[in-house]
Design a protein around this ligand. Structure first.
Ligand SMILES: *Cc1c(COP(=O)(O)O)cnc(C)c1O
Length: 462
């Protein structure tokens, strides 16, 4: 008998394996279907290896262990929680804002129960799903009325389509933004059926540029918060206040797309001031749009606040039905917005603000506390740990050039590719640890690490 033939014989058939103790154990955990699929794939690999001259008995002996690893890998979700130690608090690729306990509880209740979503508990008749948020949004922004859609991109889309389809929208050349992924203002306009009318130049736009551009074909003037870059030097832009005056005289609505749009004055929390939504409303914009999961600190959503008859027209646009929110997010948003009614405790309860407001001294003390222990954990991998100062940022386009002093751990090892190698290892953990590479070190900014134990137990998986 050839060595190959006896090698093939050493492998069990699929049925034999499923009846073995190891096979039964895997079926009990993963079910018959997944186990069988993984088993067939492993057996194919083993047969090919034997064909290529490998030892069948050894392959057979390793079969159960490899299968268990394949199966546990296969069921491990790719949508796993991670430790965000990038220093970017609102990281779009890591899901932006994490929610307040109050919002999580509200979302949980909404998931597990029928609820009065579009049901008027007083009259017993039909209600409106947006009514749960409308009053709160008006109170917090000073606007007459409000509506909500899937995200801020959707908010801009539906406003453009409702007010200016088949007509022109006037925008400054300095504000034709692209936001990560595929949000480009000119493309959104085209999809909304609106013709873009650009005015001014990249660095300078004047009131007369807008005034001269208005014709009977103008559906709307759009002001866009240049949220992910800043033009500096010889510049001029027309303030929202001046623009509101021009729009009012011409009888054309003004939309101010704030993007991040804070509901609270950030300077109360040691951050640089960013115009609030209430200020944008007070400056005279007819409509203001902003995101739910940026500085506001809630789930993904797009808010539109402003004049009653314009909000009514938006709500009557059939697109509204396609862009509406589900009950889970409405519940979480309601709970998040309620936190803003109690500004004294806001920073304590809203994680986004709590993390942004953490003082550097507190984070540095945490880094000093953690450095020796993390150092011991990384020593077997030949990495060294040092406390370092670094800069956090808000992220998601809020105050793009604003750096927030922070602190963290700088991890260094031998060789130019050391930081890359280590970041691969850390990404592969059960609780992946995501840092950023900066001047030859892997930096773990501790701003978003509220509990030391989370980092220690994540690294224990090394
Ligand atoms: C972020 C942003 C958007 C898009 O908002 P999403 O909620 O991500 O859809 C639109 N406009 C501006 C100015 C922004 O900053």
């Amino acid at each position: 008998m050839t060595r190959q033939k006896s090698g093939f014989r050493a492998l069990p058939s699929a049925d034999q394996f499923l009846l073995s103790e190891a096979g039964k154990g895997l079926v009990a955990i993963y079910g018959r279907k997944l186990t069988l699929n993984a088993l067939r794939a492993r057996l194919d690999v083993a047969r090919a290896a034997i064909q290529a001259g490998e030892d069948g008995t050894a392959l057979a002996a390793n079969l159960a262990g490899q299968l268990a690893a394949d199966l546990s890998d296969g069921v491990r979700s790719r949508l796993r929680p991670v430790l965000n130690l990038t220093g970017t608090v609102l990281h779009t690729n890591l899901g932006r804002a994490i929610l307040a306990e109050e919002a999580i509880r509200a979302a949980h209740t909404a998931m597990a129960n029928p609820l009065a979503l579009e049901f008027d508990l007083d009259g017993g008749g039909r209600g409106q799903r947006d009514d749960h948020l409308r009053g709160l949004l008006c109170e917090l922004t000073g606007a007459e009325d409000a509506t909500v859609v899937n995200n801020n991109a959707a908010a801009v889309l539906i406003v453009l389509n409702t007010l200016a389809a088949g007509r022109e929208a006037i925008v400054s050349r300095g504000e034709l933004i692209e936001i990560g992924g595929a949000f480009r203002m000119p493309e959104i306009m085209a999809r909304a059926g609106v013709r873009l009318f650009e005015v001014g130049t990249t660095n300078r736009t004047h009131p007369r540029d807008y005034a001269n551009a208005i014709t009977p074909d103008t559906g709307l003037i759009l002001k866009v918060h240049t949220s992910n870059y800043r033009i500096e030097g010889f510049t001029a832009e027309v303030s929202a206040f001046e623009l509101a005056e021009i729009a009012r005289k011409a009888g054309v609505p003004l939309l101010n797309d704030l993007g991040s749009g804070s509901l609270a004055d950030l300077s109360n929390y040691g951050l640089r001031r960013e115009p609030t939504v209430a200020e944008a409303v007070a400056e005279g914009a007819d409509l203001v749009t902003f995101s739910g999961d940026k500085l506001l600190g809630g789930p993904q959503a797009g808010f539109i606040v402003g004049r009653r008859e314009l909000i009514a027209a938006i709500n009557n646009n059939p697109m509204k039905r396609a862009l509406r929110l589900d009950k889970i997010r409405i519940a979480a948003l309601e709970a998040t917005l309620r936190l803003y009614l109690d500004p004294e405790r806001l920073a304590e309860r809203l994680p986004t603000l709590r993390l942004l407001a953490r003082p550097q001294a507190e984070i540095r003390a945490q880094a000093e506390r953690l450095a020796p222990q993390i150092g011991r954990m990384l020593q077997p991998l030949s990495f060294e740990v040092a406390v370092c100062d670094c800069d956090s940022q808000i992220g998601s386009g809020a105050l793009p050039t604003e750096k927030i002093p922070s602190a963290g751990l700088g991890l260094t090892g031998a060789g130019g590719d050391a930081p890359d190698r280590l970041s691969v290892r850390l990404r592969d953990l059960d609780m992946p640890v995501i840092g950023r590479i900066h001047s030859g070190a892997l930096i773990l900014d501790l701003r978003c690490l509220e509990r030391d134990i989370d980092l220690i137990s994540a690294l224990a998986g090394l």
